[in-house]
Ligand binder design. Sequence first.
Ligand code: ZN
Length: 237
Amino acid sequence: MTDFEKLKEIVDNSHRIVFFGGAGVSTESGIPDFRSADGLYHQKYDYPPEEILSHTFFMRKPEEFYRFYRDKMLCLNAKPNKAHLKLAQWEREGKLRSVVTQNIDGLHQAAGSVRVHELHGSVLRNRCMKCGRFYGVEKIAESEGVPLCDCGGIIKPEVVLYEEALPEDTVMQALEDIRSADTLIVAGTSLTVYPAASYIRYFGGDHLILINRDSTQYDHIAELVIHDKVGEVLDRL
Ligand code: ZN
């Protein structure tokens, strides 16, 4: 039996899959990965992306933040890929409990997934820091400089910046789903981002599967490790 056949058998017999996805799930939709060699870190900018995307930087230099953010973080033309579509299908079929994602692009919902735990928030949601009014992503994309609310407050994306805590409710629900999953598929992540990587420890189900282009430090605890593109693998299932 090949690894792929094993994977197919596990998925076919699972009823409560949780899919934990990282940047690699979105790169196949053309969204750059922060940490990969051809990702944002190796592009030229006045400051390193990690600094620009920090809470301190946002508060001190919102104009500079938004210049970078509009240019690099808003990928509004990106479309769901085969991985997103397959996961949405599994949810409709009752095989998948939820998607837990580190991505902020909203592509899982665009593909039709309903139960999606966005650990790092979403570029699609934005809020006035003064009055709390909600704004869609158009407001950010269509404004120039620092986007302002009608009340004069600065609008901030509901994206978890460096130095900021992950949304507590989302984390709780994600962990609960991981705890009660029969199969956990971890894909498109190098599992180096704390604390998300530690969530694997909450899994008590039968089958832990890793799908990633490169090897990770958790490969040895997985039942099955597939080094390939996520979309390509899921599409064949
Ligand atoms: Zn306001």
